[in-house]
Design a protein around this ligand. Structure first.
Ligand SMILES: CC(C)(COP(=O)(O)OP(=O)(O)OC[C@H]1O[C@@H](n2cnc3c(N)ncnc32)[C@H](O)[C@@H]1OP(=O)(O)O)[C@@H](O)C(=O)NCCC(=O)NCCS
Length: 173
């Protein structure tokens, strides 16, 4: 997994970091995904027994009100690209997210990442906007494109409070 990810970290703009991940970093990272019960999927090439691709949903921001939304990450090994694996993994991740009662998936995609932009559009994600100069990588500004997929009727906690508590000064004139 680190091999696939580090290739992108070191040689592309698809992920906004320049620091390769160690195996230990990966373990900690995925333990956190698992602990939150977010979906994680991986596909192994049967003949080589090597990882061909993986996809997972992870927390989108840390504030509790975002708990019904998760952020998508998706990586296919270079040897496997263009064979439909990315589409299969993202389709399965969307289904897994529905089963996990998530309400929305979001993806933050570098504006030059044509493959990912087209894949998300194909699978029903809606583009919500571009954020220019949102990150720096390899000494240049990067523009990110924000995409969202709503997964169906919201399943909210029945005990959830629907009335906004006011202080008497909360209503503006
Ligand atoms: C994006 C990525 C996951 C696509 O995986 P893939 O297995 O190559 O994609 P698929 O073969 O399933 O193609 C699915 C769709 O993606 C689009 N696509 C895939 N490769 C493309 C390319 N090189 N150029 C343009 N569109 C492309 C097409 O719309 C395609 O659908 P179609 O064949 O029906 O036209 C893969 O390129 C990858 O891992 N890239 C590096 C990591 C990355 O960018 N992850 C996403 C971060 S937001």
């Amino acid at each position: 997994m680190a091999e696939i990810l580090n290739d992108e970290i070191l040689h592309s703009y698809v992920i906004y970091t320049e620091t390769p991940k160690s195996a230990a970093d990966m373990e900690l990272w995925f333990a956190a995904v698992e602990a939150n019960y977010y979906p994680f999927l991986a596909t192994v090439d049967e003949s080589s027994q090597k990882l061909a691709g993986f996809a997972y949903a992870d927390a989108f921001r840390k504030l509790p009100s975002y708990r019904t939304t998760a952020e998508v990450s998706l990586y296919v090994a270079k040897a496997w690209r263009g064979c439909g694996l990315g589409k299969a993994l993202l389709t399965a991740l969307i289904e897994a997210a529905r089963r996990a009662d998530l309400h929305a998936l979001v993806s933050v995609i570098d504006s030059e990442n044509q493959a990912s932009l087209l894949l998300h559009a194909r699978l029903g994600f809606t583009k919500r906007g571009d954020w220019p100069e949102i990150a720096r990588k390899f000494n240049s500004w990067r523009e990110a494109s924000f995409w969202q997929l709503l997964l169906g009727p919201a399943k909210v906690d029945p005990g959830e409070q629907h009335v906004v508590p006011t202080t008497g000064h909360a209503v503006a004139d």
